[in-house]
Write a protein that binds this ligand. Structure first.
Ligand code: SAM
Length: 245
């Protein structure tokens, strides 16, 4: 998977993505990152890439030309068809299932906006997917791009050392993950649930399923609407007096 990021703050993206698991995955060639400084494609010697909005209003808008030229520079490194994601609070909200879908791509381009946003015409010309990371407004698209790159990367084969850990976690089947415990066995008088020490794999699996159901019903009941529940799951929730919405 090759990530290409069009941004006014390449150093932010580089520092954020080249550490920890993603940094190791880049060193080992499972993913790659290239950033393009939009300001390098300004059409004036001051590097100015924004201007006042037509029609009036507060703030500045990023101009179309520098962004399109930065995109053309990124495109020279991309051999085939690719999606161009514009990070915007107006986009489809990012989710685990979108991360899974995007992890199938070979190249992804991210456009990070700033100020009041981006001239609509360049968005119409180059963007395939407007994506939001949630219903709140940030100062720029760099953090959202990093959130997406992180979530997508860990689904790329080889990035996680233990791939199984990406297969049984929150949002699989629209359920939250069960609670996790590690050593010590007793912490501040709190014991690890006995079942987890039993070595009985079937019972542990059942306990975890029940914990997932219970946690999802309490914390994110909206998810249960689309969860694949068995008759046994429904009976368990009913017994606990819990249900989806
Ligand atoms: N005026 C814009 C609007 O109301 O839609 C918001 C602009 S915001 C201050 C500046 C930039 O931050 C956006 O162009 C976008 O790239 C990024 N951004 C802000 N919030 C975001 C979110 N929730 N998800 C994705 N990108 C976001």
């Amino acid at each position: 998977m090759n990530f290409h990021v069009l941004t006014l703050f390449p150093e932010l993206i580089e520092q954020g993505c080249r550490t920890s698991i993603l940094g190791r995955a880049m060193e080992n060639g499972y993913i790659s990152l290239s950033t393009v400084q939009i300001r390098d494609y300004a059409d004036n010697k001051h590097g100015r890439i924004d201007d006042y909005p037509y029609g009036g209003g507060a703030g500045l808008v990023m101009q179309p030309g520098p962004i399109e030229r930065a995109y053309q520079a990124a495109r020279e490194r991309i051999p085939g068809a690719h999606r161009v994601i514009y990070l915007t609070p107006q986009g489809r909200v990012f989710s685990q299932s979108m991360a899974e879908e995007l992890a199938q791509e070979t190249d992804l381009v991210f456009l990070c906006g700033h100020y009041e946003g981006v001239d609509e015409r360049v968005l119409e010309r180059i963007v395939t997917d407007p994506v939001s990371i949630g219903d709140y407004v940030l100062t720029g698209g760099e953090l959202p791009a990093m959130v997406m790159i992180d979530a997508i990367s860990r689904l790329v084969p080889g990035v996680l050392r233990n791939q199984v850990s990406a297969e049984f976690e929150s949002f699989q089947d629209n359920l939250l993950e069960y609670p996790q415990y590690t050593r010590p066995e007793v912490y501040e008088d709190m014991r690890v649930p006995e079942i987890l020490l039993s070595g009985h794999h079937a019972k542990i699996a059942q306990w975890r399923r029940e914990q997932s159901l219970e946690r999802t019903a309490r914390w994110r009941p909206d998810l249960l609407d689309s969860a694949q529940l068995t008759q046994e799951d429904r009976e368990y929730l009913a017994k606990k007096g819990l249900q989806g919405r």
